[in-house]
Design a protein around this ligand. Structure first.
Ligand code: 13P
Length: 251
């Protein structure tokens, strides 16, 4: 059966020292705990190797927030999937709306990134989601469908099964405006239906679909209780260990 997962996305926050301290705090909080979900932190590239030193991989997974769409070579400033993997990280967020919006990421580049993540044994946390206008004009199903079809539906069922999906409505990211639990459930169920149509019911039932967008300890429980919501991808609230643990413990 699919896993419940709570993953933090630190985005471009914390210095190395602050990040290592935060990772230690989360790791410490998980020591005696028996959370009912997998817990992952996705941190800036500069922090990966150092954070890897201070966490217990049996309790806390580690991921990057992006990787390059090329293997290696003359791509100044880029960080490859193999570099990420060499730090000890085992996850990578791909296709976050901030990458799509500010750095022009397209399904074509994301396909390359997914392939390179697999080659380097990284589990993609693949983000999809519509902007406010698309929610309001009722085209959000088609938007999300195209994002999944164009970047992922060329994969074999075996490879698709290794993907974690994160539905993040752009209008709910960092805005304090969360999707209601019913809104999240409606689109998550739709996404699971798309996967079932393409890969069959078993693959669909085994795919973890996380919700992201202003998730907090106060709203996580209601959202996670929905049958097609398998956890969260957490931005702001992941930067404070007690808040992040509050969301982990919502399961
Ligand atoms: P917030 O939780 O800050 O809204 O961010 C969500 C997000 O973008 C996680 O990837």
């Amino acid at each position: 059966m699919r896993k419940n997962i709570v993953a933090g996305n630190w985005k471009m926050n914390t210095t190395l020292q602050e990040g290592v301290a935060l990772a230690k705090e989360v790791n410490e909080a998980l020591k005696g705990a028996e959370p009912k979900c997998d817990v992952v932190i996705c941190v800036p590239f500069t922090h990966l190797a150092s954070v890897n030193e201070v966490i217990d991989p049996a309790k806390l997974g580690l991921g990057a927030e992006n990787c390059a769409d090329h293997k290696s070579g003359a791509y100044t400033g880029e960080v490859s999937a193999s570099m990420v993997s060499s730090t000890g990280a085992t996850y990578v967020i791909l296709g976050h709306s901030e990458r799509r919006q500010y750095y022009g990421e397209t399904s074509a580049t994301l396909k390359e990134k997914v392939a390179l993540a697999f080659e380097n044994n990284l589990t993609p946390i693949f983000c999809i989601g519509e902007v406010l206008e698309e929610r309001e004009n009722g085209t959000y199903h088609e938007v999300v469908k195209a994002q999944i079809e164009d970047a992922l539906f060329h994969l074999s069922a075996d490879d698709f099964s290794k993907i974690i999906l994160a539905y993040e409505p752009v209008w709910a990211i960092g805005t304090g405006k969360t999707a209601t639990a019913d809104q999240a459930e409606e689109i998550h169920a739709y996404i699971r239906g798309l996967i079932a149509d393409k890969y069959g019911k078993e693959v669909a039932e085994n795919t973890s679909i996380l919700y992201g967008g202003s998730c907090k300890p106060s709203n996580a429980k209601e959202i996670f209780e929905k049958p097609d919501v398998d956890g969260g991808l957490i931005g702001g609230a992941a930067l404070d260990a007690p808040s992040f643990m509050g969301i982990v413990n919502a399961f």
